[in-house]
Design a protein around this ligand. Structure first.
Ligand code: 5GP
Length: 307
Protein backbone atom coordinates (compact mmCIF):
# COMPACT_ATOMS: atom_id res chain seq x y z
CA UNK A 1 0.00 0.00 0.00
CA UNK A 2 1.38 3.37 -0.92
CA UNK A 3 -0.47 5.55 1.56
CA UNK A 4 -2.36 5.24 4.81
CA UNK A 5 -5.13 7.32 3.23
CA UNK A 6 -6.06 4.23 1.19
CA UNK A 7 -6.99 2.23 4.30
CA UNK A 8 -10.69 1.71 4.94
CA UNK A 9 -11.43 1.55 8.67
CA UNK A 10 -15.15 0.99 8.24
CA UNK A 11 -16.62 -2.41 8.82
CA UNK A 12 -20.01 -3.86 8.06
CA UNK A 13 -21.13 -6.35 10.68
CA UNK A 14 -24.19 -8.55 10.25
CA UNK A 15 -25.54 -9.84 13.53
CA UNK A 16 -26.51 -13.40 14.36
CA UNK A 17 -29.86 -12.99 16.11
CA UNK A 18 -31.08 -9.51 15.24
CA UNK A 19 -30.19 -10.07 11.55
CA UNK A 20 -29.40 -6.36 11.45
CA UNK A 21 -26.39 -4.80 9.77
CA UNK A 22 -24.22 -1.98 11.05
CA UNK A 23 -21.53 -0.07 9.15
CA UNK A 24 -19.02 2.25 10.79
CA UNK A 25 -15.67 2.37 12.54
CA UNK A 26 -16.00 -0.23 15.29
CA UNK A 27 -14.55 1.73 18.20
CA UNK A 28 -16.83 2.67 21.11
CA UNK A 29 -16.62 4.95 24.11
CA UNK A 30 -17.04 3.11 27.42
CA UNK A 31 -20.38 3.47 29.23
CA UNK A 32 -18.73 5.50 31.97
CA UNK A 33 -19.84 8.88 33.40
CA UNK A 34 -16.80 10.76 32.13
CA UNK A 35 -16.89 9.66 28.50
CA UNK A 36 -20.47 8.48 27.85
CA UNK A 37 -21.79 12.03 27.33
CA UNK A 38 -24.01 13.63 24.65
CA UNK A 39 -21.10 15.92 23.65
CA UNK A 40 -18.87 12.87 23.12
CA UNK A 41 -21.59 11.29 20.97
CA UNK A 42 -21.76 14.38 18.73
CA UNK A 43 -18.08 14.06 17.85
CA UNK A 44 -17.81 10.27 17.75
CA UNK A 45 -20.85 9.86 15.51
CA UNK A 46 -19.40 12.35 13.04
CA UNK A 47 -16.49 9.94 12.64
CA UNK A 48 -18.87 6.91 12.56
CA UNK A 49 -17.74 5.68 15.97
CA UNK A 50 -20.16 4.35 18.61
CA UNK A 51 -21.03 5.97 21.95
CA UNK A 52 -22.19 3.98 24.96
CA UNK A 53 -24.00 6.51 27.15
CA UNK A 54 -23.36 6.48 30.89
CA UNK A 55 -26.03 4.45 32.63
CA UNK A 56 -27.62 7.37 34.48
CA UNK A 57 -29.02 8.68 31.16
CA UNK A 58 -31.01 5.46 30.60
CA UNK A 59 -34.71 5.82 31.21
CA UNK A 60 -34.76 9.59 31.77
CA UNK A 61 -32.45 11.43 29.39
CA UNK A 62 -32.22 9.09 26.42
CA UNK A 63 -33.32 11.85 24.02
CA UNK A 64 -30.12 13.78 24.82
CA UNK A 65 -28.35 11.36 22.50
CA UNK A 66 -30.06 12.72 19.37
CA UNK A 67 -33.13 11.64 17.55
CA UNK A 68 -31.95 8.68 15.49
CA UNK A 69 -30.30 6.52 18.15
CA UNK A 70 -27.72 5.72 15.50
CA UNK A 71 -24.19 4.71 16.57
CA UNK A 72 -25.36 4.34 20.13
CA UNK A 73 -25.17 1.29 22.35
CA UNK A 74 -27.17 1.59 25.56
CA UNK A 75 -25.87 -0.60 28.37
CA UNK A 76 -27.61 -1.39 31.61
CA UNK A 77 -27.62 -3.98 34.38
CA UNK A 78 -30.10 -6.79 34.97
CA UNK A 79 -32.50 -4.36 36.68
CA UNK A 80 -32.55 -2.18 33.53
CA UNK A 81 -34.12 -4.76 31.16
CA UNK A 82 -37.40 -2.90 30.97
CA UNK A 83 -35.76 0.47 30.19
CA UNK A 84 -33.38 -1.12 27.68
CA UNK A 85 -36.21 -2.76 25.80
CA UNK A 86 -37.85 0.65 25.30
CA UNK A 87 -34.98 2.59 23.72
CA UNK A 88 -34.86 2.95 19.99
CA UNK A 89 -31.27 2.43 18.95
CA UNK A 90 -28.75 0.36 16.99
CA UNK A 91 -27.56 -1.69 19.96
CA UNK A 92 -28.54 -2.45 23.53
CA UNK A 93 -26.48 -4.36 26.05
CA UNK A 94 -26.39 -5.92 29.48
CA UNK A 95 -23.15 -5.52 31.32
CA UNK A 96 -22.18 -6.72 34.74
CA UNK A 97 -18.80 -7.02 36.44
CA UNK A 98 -19.13 -10.81 36.49
CA UNK A 99 -20.93 -12.44 33.57
CA UNK A 100 -20.50 -15.92 35.07
CA UNK A 101 -23.87 -16.37 36.78
CA UNK A 102 -27.05 -18.22 35.85
CA UNK A 103 -29.00 -15.10 36.77
CA UNK A 104 -27.10 -13.13 34.13
CA UNK A 105 -27.60 -15.77 31.42
CA UNK A 106 -31.34 -15.78 32.24
CA UNK A 107 -31.37 -11.98 31.94
CA UNK A 108 -29.82 -12.18 28.46
CA UNK A 109 -32.51 -14.72 27.45
CA UNK A 110 -35.21 -12.43 28.81
CA UNK A 111 -33.87 -9.40 26.95
CA UNK A 112 -33.69 -11.42 23.72
CA UNK A 113 -37.31 -12.54 24.17
CA UNK A 114 -38.41 -8.95 24.69
CA UNK A 115 -36.31 -7.57 21.80
CA UNK A 116 -36.06 -10.23 19.09
CA UNK A 117 -34.92 -7.77 16.42
CA UNK A 118 -32.47 -5.62 18.34
CA UNK A 119 -28.74 -6.21 18.34
CA UNK A 120 -27.81 -7.23 21.88
CA UNK A 121 -24.39 -7.14 23.55
CA UNK A 122 -23.67 -8.91 26.84
CA UNK A 123 -20.72 -9.27 29.20
CA UNK A 124 -18.25 -9.18 30.73
CA UNK A 125 -16.58 -12.54 30.36
CA UNK A 126 -13.09 -13.68 29.38
CA UNK A 127 -13.34 -17.30 28.26
CA UNK A 128 -14.55 -19.23 25.22
CA UNK A 129 -17.09 -21.37 27.11
CA UNK A 130 -18.95 -18.41 28.57
CA UNK A 131 -18.77 -16.53 25.27
CA UNK A 132 -20.60 -19.42 23.64
CA UNK A 133 -23.13 -19.64 26.46
CA UNK A 134 -24.04 -15.95 26.21
CA UNK A 135 -24.39 -16.20 22.42
CA UNK A 136 -26.64 -19.24 22.72
CA UNK A 137 -28.69 -17.32 25.29
CA UNK A 138 -29.32 -14.61 22.69
CA UNK A 139 -26.34 -12.23 22.61
CA UNK A 140 -25.18 -11.06 19.19
CA UNK A 141 -22.05 -9.54 20.68
CA UNK A 142 -20.09 -10.58 23.78
CA UNK A 143 -18.19 -7.98 25.79
CA UNK A 144 -14.80 -9.26 26.87
CA UNK A 145 -12.59 -8.08 29.73
CA UNK A 146 -12.27 -8.65 33.45
CA UNK A 147 -9.66 -6.54 35.18
CA UNK A 148 -7.83 -4.65 32.39
CA UNK A 149 -9.50 -1.21 32.78
CA UNK A 150 -7.36 1.84 33.55
CA UNK A 151 -9.40 2.70 36.66
CA UNK A 152 -10.26 -0.87 37.57
CA UNK A 153 -8.89 -2.38 40.79
CA UNK A 154 -10.47 -5.83 40.47
CA UNK A 155 -7.15 -7.58 39.92
CA UNK A 156 -5.61 -5.88 42.94
CA UNK A 157 -8.60 -6.25 45.26
CA UNK A 158 -9.66 -9.75 44.34
CA UNK A 159 -6.84 -11.41 42.44
CA UNK A 160 -9.35 -12.07 39.64
CA UNK A 161 -8.63 -11.22 36.03
CA UNK A 162 -7.42 -12.57 32.71
CA UNK A 163 -4.76 -11.22 30.35
CA UNK A 164 -6.78 -9.11 27.95
CA UNK A 165 -5.13 -10.05 24.67
CA UNK A 166 -5.49 -13.78 25.47
CA UNK A 167 -9.14 -13.21 26.40
CA UNK A 168 -9.77 -11.37 23.12
CA UNK A 169 -8.13 -14.07 21.01
CA UNK A 170 -9.94 -16.95 22.74
CA UNK A 171 -13.37 -15.30 22.92
CA UNK A 172 -13.16 -14.02 19.32
CA UNK A 173 -12.45 -17.56 18.10
CA UNK A 174 -15.43 -18.90 20.03
CA UNK A 175 -17.76 -16.13 18.88
CA UNK A 176 -16.71 -16.23 15.24
CA UNK A 177 -17.30 -19.99 15.19
CA UNK A 178 -20.96 -19.19 15.88
CA UNK A 179 -21.11 -16.17 13.51
CA UNK A 180 -21.27 -13.80 16.48
CA UNK A 181 -19.07 -10.88 17.51
CA UNK A 182 -17.04 -9.57 20.43
CA UNK A 183 -16.12 -6.23 21.99
CA UNK A 184 -12.62 -5.98 23.50
CA UNK A 185 -13.36 -3.87 26.57
CA UNK A 186 -10.64 -2.09 28.52
CA UNK A 187 -6.89 -1.92 28.76
CA UNK A 188 -6.08 0.17 25.67
CA UNK A 189 -3.78 3.08 26.51
CA UNK A 190 -2.74 4.06 23.01
CA UNK A 191 -3.71 3.41 19.41
CA UNK A 192 -1.26 0.51 19.15
CA UNK A 193 -3.27 -1.37 21.78
CA UNK A 194 -6.46 -0.88 19.75
CA UNK A 195 -4.59 -2.28 16.74
CA UNK A 196 -3.57 -5.33 18.79
CA UNK A 197 -7.15 -5.89 19.92
CA UNK A 198 -8.38 -5.84 16.31
CA UNK A 199 -5.45 -8.01 15.26
CA UNK A 200 -6.41 -10.51 17.97
CA UNK A 201 -9.89 -10.78 16.48
CA UNK A 202 -11.95 -8.09 18.22
CA UNK A 203 -14.89 -6.88 16.15
CA UNK A 204 -15.32 -3.77 18.31
CA UNK A 205 -12.94 -2.10 20.75
CA UNK A 206 -14.24 -0.16 23.76
CA UNK A 207 -12.11 2.61 25.25
CA UNK A 208 -12.55 4.68 28.41
CA UNK A 209 -9.31 6.27 29.61
CA UNK A 210 -8.15 7.10 26.09
CA UNK A 211 -11.15 9.42 25.71
CA UNK A 212 -10.91 10.96 29.21
CA UNK A 213 -9.53 14.46 29.78
CA UNK A 214 -11.32 16.20 26.90
CA UNK A 215 -13.75 19.10 26.53
CA UNK A 216 -16.54 16.64 25.68
CA UNK A 217 -16.16 14.77 28.98
CA UNK A 218 -18.14 15.24 32.16
CA UNK A 219 -16.59 17.83 34.47
CA UNK A 220 -14.11 20.63 33.90
CA UNK A 221 -10.36 20.92 33.84
CA UNK A 222 -8.61 22.37 36.87
CA UNK A 223 -4.88 23.04 36.94
CA UNK A 224 -4.49 21.13 33.69
CA UNK A 225 -6.11 17.90 34.91
CA UNK A 226 -9.56 16.31 34.84
CA UNK A 227 -11.12 13.73 37.12
CA UNK A 228 -11.70 10.22 35.75
CA UNK A 229 -13.26 7.51 37.90
CA UNK A 230 -14.27 3.87 37.62
CA UNK A 231 -17.98 3.10 37.65
CA UNK A 232 -17.41 0.83 40.66
CA UNK A 233 -15.24 3.38 42.47
CA UNK A 234 -16.23 4.82 45.84
CA UNK A 235 -16.84 8.15 44.11
CA UNK A 236 -19.26 6.67 41.53
CA UNK A 237 -21.04 4.54 44.10
CA UNK A 238 -21.67 7.54 46.32
CA UNK A 239 -22.68 9.76 43.41
CA UNK A 240 -25.25 7.30 42.09
CA UNK A 241 -26.20 5.68 45.36
CA UNK A 242 -24.97 2.28 44.20
CA UNK A 243 -24.17 1.14 47.75
CA UNK A 244 -25.44 -2.33 48.45
CA UNK A 245 -24.00 -2.90 51.88
CA UNK A 246 -21.41 -5.57 51.23
CA UNK A 247 -19.67 -4.64 48.02
CA UNK A 248 -16.44 -2.70 48.29
CA UNK A 249 -15.13 -0.41 45.57
CA UNK A 250 -13.42 -2.14 42.66
CA UNK A 251 -12.50 1.03 40.87
CA UNK A 252 -10.47 4.13 41.55
CA UNK A 253 -10.38 7.84 40.78
CA UNK A 254 -7.45 9.30 38.86
CA UNK A 255 -6.47 12.65 37.44
CA UNK A 256 -5.80 12.66 33.73
CA UNK A 257 -4.07 15.39 31.77
CA UNK A 258 -6.46 17.82 30.11
CA UNK A 259 -6.11 17.34 26.34
CA UNK A 260 -8.58 19.75 24.71
CA UNK A 261 -10.87 18.62 21.91
CA UNK A 262 -11.55 14.90 21.55
CA UNK A 263 -11.64 15.35 17.77
CA UNK A 264 -7.82 15.66 17.74
CA UNK A 265 -7.39 12.51 19.81
CA UNK A 266 -9.78 10.57 17.56
CA UNK A 267 -7.91 11.66 14.44
CA UNK A 268 -4.67 10.60 16.09
CA UNK A 269 -6.09 7.18 17.04
CA UNK A 270 -7.50 6.57 13.55
CA UNK A 271 -4.26 7.61 11.93
CA UNK A 272 -2.34 5.14 14.15
CA UNK A 273 -4.64 2.30 13.09
CA UNK A 274 -4.40 3.29 9.41
CA UNK A 275 -0.64 3.33 9.69
CA UNK A 276 -0.62 -0.15 11.28
CA UNK A 277 -2.69 -1.42 8.36
CA UNK A 278 -0.13 -0.07 5.89
CA UNK A 279 2.70 -1.79 7.81
CA UNK A 280 1.04 -5.18 7.48
CA UNK A 281 -0.47 -4.65 4.03
CA UNK A 282 -4.14 -4.62 5.06
CA UNK A 283 -6.18 -2.34 2.80
CA UNK A 284 -9.10 -2.51 5.21
CA UNK A 285 -9.63 -3.09 8.91
CA UNK A 286 -11.40 -6.34 8.07
CA UNK A 287 -8.16 -7.94 6.86
CA UNK A 288 -5.98 -6.65 9.73
CA UNK A 289 -6.31 -9.80 11.84
CA UNK A 290 -5.48 -12.02 8.87
CA UNK A 291 -2.40 -9.93 8.12
CA UNK A 292 -0.88 -10.02 11.60
CA UNK A 293 0.60 -12.43 14.08
CA UNK A 294 1.90 -12.12 17.64
CA UNK A 295 5.35 -12.85 18.94
CA UNK A 296 5.81 -13.47 22.65
CA UNK A 297 8.22 -11.08 24.36
CA UNK A 298 9.09 -10.23 27.94
CA UNK A 299 8.63 -6.56 28.43
CA UNK A 300 7.34 -3.95 30.82
CA UNK A 301 4.64 -1.54 29.82
CA UNK A 302 4.31 2.15 30.49
CA UNK A 303 0.81 3.53 31.03
CA UNK A 304 0.96 6.87 29.26
CA UNK A 305 -2.01 8.25 27.33
CA UNK A 306 -1.13 9.86 24.03
CA UNK A 307 2.49 10.75 23.44
P1 5GP B 1 -10.10 1.64 29.89
O1 5GP B 1 -10.34 1.86 28.44
O2 5GP B 1 -10.23 2.89 30.69
O3 5GP B 1 -8.82 0.91 30.14
O4 5GP B 1 -11.23 0.63 30.38
C1 5GP B 1 -12.60 0.94 30.32
C2 5GP B 1 -13.38 -0.20 30.92
O5 5GP B 1 -13.05 -0.38 32.30
C3 5GP B 1 -14.88 -0.01 30.95
O6 5GP B 1 -15.49 -0.19 29.70
C4 5GP B 1 -15.31 -1.04 31.98
O7 5GP B 1 -15.41 -2.34 31.45
C5 5GP B 1 -14.14 -1.03 32.96
N1 5GP B 1 -14.45 -0.28 34.18
C6 5GP B 1 -14.94 0.98 34.27
N2 5GP B 1 -15.06 1.35 35.57
C7 5GP B 1 -14.65 0.29 36.30
C8 5GP B 1 -14.56 0.05 37.70
O8 5GP B 1 -14.83 0.91 38.55
N3 5GP B 1 -14.13 -1.19 38.08
C9 5GP B 1 -13.80 -2.15 37.17
N4 5GP B 1 -13.42 -3.35 37.64
N5 5GP B 1 -13.84 -1.95 35.85
C10 5GP B 1 -14.28 -0.75 35.41
Amino acid sequence: MSSRAEVNLERTHKFLWSKREWTGIPIMSANMDAVGTPAMHSVLSKHKLITCPARHYLGKDTEKFTESGHNICWFGGIEDISNLSKVSTDFIGLDVANGYTIRFVDAVKKLREKCPETTIAAGNVVTADMTQELILAGADIVKVGIGPGSVCTTRIKTGIGYPQLSAVIECADAAHGLDAHIIADGGCVNSGDIVKAFAGGADFVMIGGMLAGHDECEGTAENGVMKFYGMASKFAMEKHNYHNGYRGAEGKTVEVTYRGKVEDTIKDILSGIRSACTYVGADKLKTLSKSTTFVRVNNTHNTVYGD
